[in-house]
Design a protein around this ligand. Sequence first.
Ligand code: HEC
Length: 250
Amino acid sequence: MGRITKILRLAILLFVAPMMASGQEDGVRLRLAPALQESGLVQFLRPRFSLKTGVAIQVVTDGANVVLDDQPIGDAKPVLARGDVVYYVSVDEGKGAKRFADWLLSDVGQRTIEQFSPETGLPFAGAAGLATKAVDVVLEGNAARGETLSYQNCGRCHVIGTRNRMKGIGSTPSFALMRSFPDWQQRFGGFYTLNPHPSFSQIVDVTEPFDPARPPVINPLRLTNKDLDDILAFVSTIKPADLGAPLQTQ
Ligand code: HEC
C-alpha cells in the first residue's frame, strides 16, 4: 500500500468516519403516518429545520427516533392536525431528535407547519396548543367523581366500563372505543353539541334552556362545567379500545 493511500485511509478513519457516525447519532430518523408522508410536509420542513440546526432528517420505516403518527404512543404530544385528525410527535432518543420535536412544538415550528400548503387535500394546523389546553382540563378534573358521573349520566346508553358492560345500548359506542379516537377530548368536551345529546343534555350556564314546545322525550341530563371536567379526567384514564380487536371485546 502506498504511503499516500495509507495517510488518506488514516484521515478517513480519524475525521470522516467519526463525523458520519456522529451525524447518524444526532440526526433525525423520522417515521411518519402514511398520509403525512404523501403530503410532502417533510420536504417542506426539512430545509427550514436542517439548514438552521445542521441536524439532518432522514425518513425511515424502521429504527426511528422520532415518530409522527395519528396514534398517540407513550408520552407523545399533539403537534399538528389536518381536518379532524390529530398527529402526535414522540421522541425515542438523541439530541437531534429531541431538538426536532421541540422545534415542531415551538411557535416557529407551529407557524412553519401552517405555512405549508399541500398540493392536494386539506391544509395543516399546528396542534401544540391543543396539548396544553387538553392537559389542563384533565388535570383539573377529579377522575373518581367523573367515573361516578359517567355511570349515572351516560351509562344508560354507553358502556362505560366493566360495571355496566352488558347494559349499554348495542349500537352506541363504548367509552373505551371513543377513547381511542385521536380527538376524544374535543368529542367528550363538546358531547352536548353532538347528536343525539343536544335534545336531552344541558350544561349549566352553557346551553340554552330546552324549547318548551319540544321538551326532551327522555330523562334529561344536567351537568355543570365542573362535572364535564371530571368526566374528561375519568375518560383520560380509560384504556383505549384496540380498534383491530373483535367487536365484542370493545
Ligand atoms: C340516551 C342515550 C345517550 C346518553 C344518555 C348519552 N349518550 Fe353519548 N351517544 C349516544 C349515541 C346513540 C351516540 C352515537 C351517535 C352516533 O353514532 O352518531 C353517542 C355518541 C357519543 C359521543 C361521540 C359523539 C361524536 O359524534 O363523536 C360522545 C363523546 C358521547 N356520546 C359522550 C357522552 C357522554 C359524556 C354522556 C354522558 C354525560 C353521554 N354521551 C350520554 C347516546 C347517548
